[in-house]
Design a protein around this ligand. Structure first.
Ligand code: KG4
Ligand code: ZN
Length: 328
């Protein structure tokens, strides 16, 4: 069964066709990032206007190798995201589903970030994760821990009390004048900044699975403000120490959560899941506890429509079993 997925929650305009929930037949992502860079963040009005311009072309590219006739259902990101951007994707998907007389499935794109771990990855020969699992979503807008019992049962058990992890990366990059988005550049320069001199604190929020990243961001701000000189090597050291604090918090909470819930599968998703230090530290810690940890391939960590189409298939199957009919 081939499902068309559409994702327009932020700056991307994405469409993909996925077969039976895991084989990616096409995956097209267009980004308006270059139009936002000079403002240091995403401008919602620019994002939705670009999406209006791009959506026809992007979907056409995604479905042309498969053929419109072979699409069995349309899945679309319904929340969370920028309201104008979501509106473009939802309106397009609704009209298209109506025109081809197929069901429309609405998807929570935060859950879909974790579903990216179930998409086929022939090259790496990664085995499929098994549910129940603990899921950590670390994106620009979310840092959430979920207990996932089934594809229609994501229980929120921890969240950030302030900034999301990706948001903290972006704000720290702005403090250090590194440009937007901050995650990839901090990931890169932190590799040259290893040191034991700078220590940034991180809120531990004991007795909960919640995170807090605004304190470490403020600590970076005051540390940077006090500096008399700011050369590349000092900036790399700050980036390293900031990243170390954030990653330690993400790793410790996720592993503790798996241990407390007695769950041996951990899924990671969202843009920050592309971070090389998070990937290596999480794999190390999970290995010690015999927990199997899964990361999506790099291109599926960031917003994409394959994860929407994949999760859409699972929701379609579950709803059909329970009587089917109306999905959206
Ligand atoms: O999941 P995503 O594409 O969009 C949202 O749903 O928010 O995540 C975007 C976020 C940005 O904050 C970006 O700085 C961060 O992911 N990011 C990274 C890396 N690549 C992207 N953060 C840390 N390390 C990276 N390599
Ligand atoms: Zn996202």
């Amino acid at each position: 069964m081939d499902i068309l997925g559409i994702e327009t929650s932020c700056d991307e305009t994405a469409a993909s066709v996925v077969q039976n929930g895991n084989v990616i037949l096409s995956n097209v992502v267009a980004s308006s990032l270059s139009f936002h860079k000079k403002y240091g963040g995403i401008i919602p009005e620019i994002a939705s206007r670009k999406q209006l311009e791009l959506i026809n072309l992007v979907v056409e590219r995604a479905i042309s190798p498969i053929g419109k006739k072979n699409i069995s259902a349309v899945a679309v990101t319904a929340y969370p995201g920028l309201i104008g951007s979501l509106l473009v994707g939802i309106s397009w998907a609704r009209a298209f589903a109506f025109a081809i007389k197929k069901p429309l499935i609405t998807i929570d794109h935060v859950y879909a970030h974790l579903y990216a771990n179930f998409l086929k990855n022939e090259k790496q020969k990664t085995p499929y994760p098994k549910l129940p699992a603990i899921g950590l979503v670390v994106s620009g807008g979310h840092s959430n821990l979920f207990l996932i019992k089934n594809f229609d049962n994501f229980q929120l058990i921890g969240k950030t009390r302030d900034d999301a992890a990706g948001e903290a990366y972006d704000k720290v990059a702005r403090i250090l004048n590194l440009g937007y988005p901050g995650g990839p550049i901090i990931d890169k320069i932190a590799q040259k900044g290893e040191n034991n001199k700078i220590h940034f604190p991180i809120a531990s929020l004991k007795e909960t699975f919640d995170f807090s990243f605004s304190g470490v961001k403020t600590a970076v701000f005051y540390h940077t403000k006090r500096l008399k000189k700011k050369n590349t090597s000092i900036v790399s050291q700050i980036a390293y120490s900031f990243q170390k604090s954030v990653v330690r918090s993400l790793v410790e909470k996720s592993i503790l959560c798996c241990k407390k819930m007695k769950i041996k599968t951990l899924l990671i998703g969202g843009g920050v899941a592309a971070n090389s230090y998070l990937r290596s530290e999480m794999l190390k810690a999970a290995g010690h506890e015999k927990i199997r940890v899964f990361f999506p391939p790099l291109n599926l960590c960031l917003d994409n429509a394959a994860m929407i189409a994949g999760l859409g298939y699972q929701i379609y199957k579950i709803k059909n079993k329970n009587g089917g009919g109306h999905f959206a």
